[in-house]
Design a protein around this ligand. Structure first.
Ligand SMILES: [Ca+2]
Ligand SMILES: [Ca+2]
Ligand SMILES: [Ca+2]
Ligand SMILES: [Ca+2]
Length: 731
């Protein structure tokens, strides 16, 4: 592995490494002619493999190669080991080719057939599933047909926020000829990736302003969002709001979703936009349906159908050459077409180029409540709080005999959440658990506040389905009162984020309201700050021990891993999860494509999960507190807390309130002129909940009004405290 790492470093440094002569000769050969500058570049990836270890399990042979951690997973395919190598190339890399040179291999006879993988299992009942064997495998031919395969995709590299080409190479050290029960085993080869480098076109920005975040919202919601835009800018996320009507008023694209995607694409090119927040439920904000035939209820349209809502469509803007990715390469107005026979018919790139997330709101009151929650989360939640360190892990049995979801939760507890305090809610007593998994135990434990919660098991649109007739229904979430510690919730289950559910007629679960993930982010007094999950039937595979390696559980794990790795915003977590998924696979099947396309996030993509990093807090800490909500006929006390961790000093403080419409008024007169109030802070000064002012709510408009406080150095006029504040939902 060391060699691969060093090659990657060379690539990152933009240098051309010294390559084995044979590799150079073979790959550069003809293309070097007429290319006097020698711009055909090479990345050499020599590989070596140990002899395969053949063991017998239930009269079938299992093949392991010690260098490989992954196994081919597809319906009725031999379960062979493979290795994945990832190389990032500059965006300007063109004509990327893969060559496998000098393969050293030997052939051996096997005494019996190799184990066949079971393939994916729907995380709903199997009754509507008619799996089709993978077309990749033919028992009369060597499988896989090549020693290595390559997939190239283009997207944002979060290490430096630039666009890159992601080259994913799957190397197969073992090939199998089923009809003769023979193996070919590779001991070494020189794998070469070659490309030409065009000068990287810089976006023609015409000196346009840069923005971190674009918010697109229907006109009817725009008025409520101006205050939120001010808030995001105060938090250091440079944000602009554009109405949906303006965004789709362009001649490009065959429908609203495509017009919107073109608008987002232009915005990203002109303003270097990183995050896009789409505001509106399925009936308010366009939905792109991908046409996915996964052999589950494709014709009857009872629960899953073949049309999959995919917000990834708005995130995956460009293909690997930086060209607008229509998701409809054949132009037949069917987008993201995928089936067993043609997993990626429309040549969807899949790698996100911008970090898109949706606030699935259909009612104005829900939006006002969501804005208040997001504002307060950013101003108040700290990753050092004890409540944030709690993580609620909900696992159940899926197809058995093991309770796969519980195994998967155990791995999360000891892996990505090893620094957290896990609360384990499991269906069986296989592992130590804090309580049996039930609607009550989830409501109690999420209701106590936690930083993260996950559910791995069966799901339907309106519920987490624990089995044996036990459900957590969407409408039960109204009981939650964890407003002060809203978790990030991610599920590896079917349909839980199917936000177009209200448009469906489901025989068992009639369309009486929003999906459970929507309910999580919109319920009044608790729930979740952001939610991730699948919009349709999702998949799993393997046993308990390997459940986290495949499909929905894999994406779920990668979301949390991204946070552990320091990618703290909702959008970054989503991008890293998709990147991790599509740069780890052997060959995309319809189930992989569907898994990635149907995974959506609800919430502000630029929101940092865990809020402020306490270690970076300045030496003076201030905070304002106010009730979370009030009626217009009420008055309330606006309380300030302040601690000075340094020597005595003079400061100026400013207190402001921002209305939902974005109007800013300043303490003490609540007028439009900025007032800086002088104050001397003694060394070690500390007050808690001192009433600074009484606020008469009748003077403020309905919606989220946010009060802010900040201290400034009187000489430099630079901030010398954190930005404290409190959002209040005036009804
Ligand atoms: Ca289906
Ligand atoms: Ca198409
Ligand atoms: Ca892309
Ligand atoms: Ca909905």
């Amino acid at each position: 592995m060391k060699r691969v790492v060093s090659v990657l470093m060379w690539t990152v440094m933009g240098l051309t490494a010294v390559f084995p002569a044979n590799c150079l000769a073979d790959s550069i050969g003809n293309s070097a002619i007429g290319d006097p500058a020698g711009t055909r570049r090479l990345v050499a990836l020599p590989v070596e493999f140990s002899e395969p270890l053949v063991t017998e399990v239930n009269r079938l042979l299992q093949i392991d190669v010690s260098e490989c951690e992954q196994q081919i997973e597809a319906i009725a395919c031999p379960q062979l080991p493979y290795q994945t190598i990832n190389v990032k190339l500059p965006y300007g890399a063109r004509d990327v080719r893969l060559d496998v040179n000098d393969p050293e291999f030997e052939e051996l006879e096997l005494g019996g057939p190799i184990r066949i993988s079971d393939g994916p299992i729907p995380l709903s009942g199997p009754a509507m599933f008619t799996p089709v064997p993978s077309p990749e495998f033919d028992e009369l031919a060597w499988f896989p047909s090549d020693w290595a395969r390559m997939r190239v995709s283009g997207g944002r590299d979060l290490d430096d926020w630039t666009f890159k080409k992601f080259v994913t190479i799957s190397v197969y050290p073992v090939k199998y000829l089923a009809s003769e029960m023979k193996l070919r085993s590779l001991s070494s080869a020189n794998i070469c990736v070659s490309y030409t480098l065009e000068s990287e076109e810089r976006n023609t920005r015409n000196g346009a302003e840069t923005y971190d975040m674009l918010i697109v919202a229907p006109e009817e919601y725009a008025e409520m969002l101006h205050g939120f835009v001010v808030h995001k800018n105060l938090m250091g996320v440079k944000t602009v709001l554009v109405t949906l009507e303006e965004a789709i008023a362009n001649p490009y694209g065959s429908d609203d979703a495509e017009k919107l995607k073109h608008f987002i694409s232009e915005h990203v090119r002109d303003h270097e936009t990183r995050f896009v927040l789409g505001v509106g439920d399925a009936d308010k904000f366009p939905v792109r349906y991908a046409d996915v035939w996964d052999n589950y209820d494709d014709y009857a349209n009872v629960t899953d159908g073949h049309l999959v809502p995919s917000d990834l469509y708005y995130a995956d803007l460009y293909d690997d050459d930086g060209i607008f990715c229509t998701w409809d390469v054949d132009g037949n107005n069917l987008y993201g077409e995928s089936s067993s026979a043609k997993p990626n018919h429309d040549r969807v790139d899949l790698m996100p180029d911008v970090l898109f997330s949706r606030l699935p709101v259909g009612r104005r009151a829900d939006l006002k409540s969501m804005i208040t929650r997001m504002v307060n989360y950013e101003l108040k939640v700290s990753d050092s709080s004890l409540d944030f360190e709690r993580v609620v892990l909900c696992g159940s049995r899926i197809s058995g005999p093991e309770a796969e979801g519980e195994y998967a939760c155990e791995q999360l507890a000891s892996g990505v959440f090893s620094n957290y305090e896990p609360v384990k809610l499991y269906t069986t007593s296989t592992f130590d658990r804090d309580a049996a998994l039930s609607d009550r135990s989830v409501l109690d434990n999420v209701g106590d506040g936690c930083g993260f919660a996950t559910y791995i098991g069966h799901g339907v649109y309106r519920a987490w389905a624990f089995g044996m007739g036990n459900y957590l229904y969407a409408n039960q979430l109204g009981d939650l009162a964890n407003t002060d510690m809203l978790p990030f919730v991610s599920t590896a289950a079917c349909e839980t984020s199917g936000f177009d559910n209200e448009n469906w007629e489901h025989p068992q679960f009639p369309a009486i309201g929003d999906s459970i993930s929507e309910q999580f982010v919109s319920c009044a007094d608790g729930g979740a700050i952001a939610c991730a999950g699948a919009t349709r039937v999702a998949y799993g595979a393997g046993s308990g021990a390997s459940w986290n390696m495949f499909y929905a559980a894999k994406l779920n794990r990668l979301m949390f891993k991204a946070h552990k790795d320091g990618y703290r915003t909702v959008g970054e977590m989503f991008l890293k999860a998709v990147e991790g998924y599509i740069t780890g696979w052997w060959s995309a099947t319809v189930y992989d494509i569907k898994t990635v396309m149907e995974y959506v996030t609800f919430g502000d993509p630029s929101l940092k999960i865990g809020g402020k990093i306490e270690a970076l807090a300045p030496p003076i800490h201030v905070q304002l507190s106010a009730p979370r909500s009030a009626y217009q006929n009420e008055t309330f006390g606006l309380n300030v807390s302040c601690t000075n961790f340094q020597d005595s000093r003079d400061v100026l403080f400013a207190v402001a309130v921002v209305s939902p419409q974005g109007e800013i008024l300043y303490y003490p007169d609540w007028g439009q002129e900025l007032t800086l109030v002088p104050f001397t802070l003694e060394a070690g000064f500390s007050i808690d909940d001192f009433e600074l002012a009484t606020v008469d709510m009748s003077l403020y408009p309905k919606g989220c009004n946010t009060f802010y406080i900040m201290l400034f150095d009187p000489d430099e006029l630079t901030p010398c405290s954190n930005l404290g504040g409190s959002g209040i939902y005036i009804k």
